[in-house]
Design a binder for this molecule. Structure first.
Ligand SMILES: [Zn+2]
Length: 377
């Protein structure tokens, strides 16, 4: 595999000619066959028949085209990386690995915001940095010229309690706040003992649940708390691998949240480093878990949790193949998928279970080809 082998320049026009199948994830959930896509100035300009001249034409008759993936919450890098070799090298390696899985947007929590953003812009990735309150205090000036506004990251309920007034201020200013909360039974019970209420009800009382708030891995959440989350239009982020790895011993109430129409995003959290995960793997694991937990073989998590939700998480027009949206696309080998058993009558459901990084042939980010797989002859 190789990155940027067909070095496309920012701003040039690319036509994806005769795409075999396009999963648009537009509001009508259209799946289109044999259409062209024109990409211009980093955005999707036309979907249909394109006659216009372009700088690059890609025969897409063997490709399934879908929006690229969004990892709504991850941590990078961990200390264990730093003694391997240089920090920059490891960051680059990790980010390139994610692109090869079809990821082009991500929220990254790290102590090393600057090297990560530098690597991301070189590779062509879109990153929204998540930073701790303490980091924000230290380097406020440096954080004013970021490509996307930072997200405040709260590691646990302890840190949340210590900073309640400040977090409320951030929320009121319209900043996004991501809070690891109610992750396990032990955490919730210890919290109740100390404060005589559950962590999520306390967040509600203190005005911290809002449309700018994302709750991360609330595996131990009661049904009445779901109503609070819904009422405040907060987003829930689920990282199944991390929850399982850390033996969080809760039960993520996917079906209940879905029925209440609460917005759910999938993030790899720690598992990106620990378990070499990515949003695709997380989606598959989450789908298998909900089937198993609810005894319902019709359940699966649609691509929305790693595509369309990205618009809200990243704050830019990503996650759909739609005119005017950023050209962030993944081109998959449809023949390989068909060999694996893809049923054209239930493409999205099958994709969740069948797709792996080997199917990813090209990745386009911001209208630029950022990854091309070279197969052995
Ligand atoms: Zn996390």
């Amino acid at each position: 595999m190789e990155h940027g082998s067909e070095a496309s320049r920012a701003g040039e026009k690319i036509v994806l000619k005769n795409c075999k199948l396009v999963i648009t994830k537009d509001e009508r959930e259209r799946i289109l066959r044999n259409v062209d896509i024109l990409i211009s100035e980093g955005r999707i300009e036309t979907i249909g028949e394109v006659k216009e001249k372009a700088d690059m034409v890609i025969d897409s008759s063997n490709y399934l085209v879908m929006p690229s993936l969004v990892d709504s919450h991850m941590h990078l890098p961990s200390k264990r990386y730093q003694d391997l070799s240089s920090l920059e090298h490891n960051i680059s390696f990790r980010l390139k690995a994610l692109i090869s899985h079809g990821v082009t947007s991500m929220v990254v929590y790290s102590n090393d915001v600057e090297p990560i953003l530098a690597a991301a812009s070189q590779i062509g990735l879109r990153i929204r940095p998540a930073i701790k309150i303490s980091q924000l205090r230290e380097c406020q000036a440096k954080l004013t010229n970021l490509p996307l506004p930072p997200i405040i990251s709260i590691e646990d309920s302890e840190e949340c309690i210590e900073n309640l007034p400040e977090i409320k201020e951030f929320v009121e200013k319209g900043m996004s706040v991501h809070i690891h909360i109610a992750e396990s039974r032990q955490e919730v019970f210890a919290f109740k003992k100390r404060f005589h209420k559950t962590p999520i009800s306390l967040l509600f009382e203190r005005g911290i649940l809002s449309k700018n708030t994302c709750l991360i891995n609330p595996n131990w959440i009661a049904s009445w708390e779901l109503n609070l989350v819904k009422g405040c239009d907060s987003v829930i982020i689920w990282s199944p691998s991390t929850s399982m790895y850390k033996a969080m011993n809760g039960f993520f109430p996917y079906r209940e949240l879905k029925e209440m129409n609460v917005q759910i995003a999938i993030g790899s959290c720690d598992s990106n480093v620990l378990l070499n995960s990515n949003p695709l793997k997380e989606l598959k694991l989450a789908s298998l878990l909900v089937r198993y937990n609810y005894w319902d073989s019709s359940l699966f998590l649609p691509l929305d949790h790693v595509t369309t939700i990205g618009e809200r998480i990243m704050g830019v027009k990503v996650g759909r193949i739609k005119v005017g949206y950023l050209a962030d696309l993944v081109l998959l080998d449809i023949n390989r998928l068909l060999l694996k058993g893809l049923d054209m009558n239930k493409v999205e459901e099958d994709l969740i279970y069948l797709m792996d990084s080997g199917d990813v042939i090209k990745v386009i980010s911001n209208g630029r080809i950022v990854f091309s797989r070279i197969r052995d002859a």
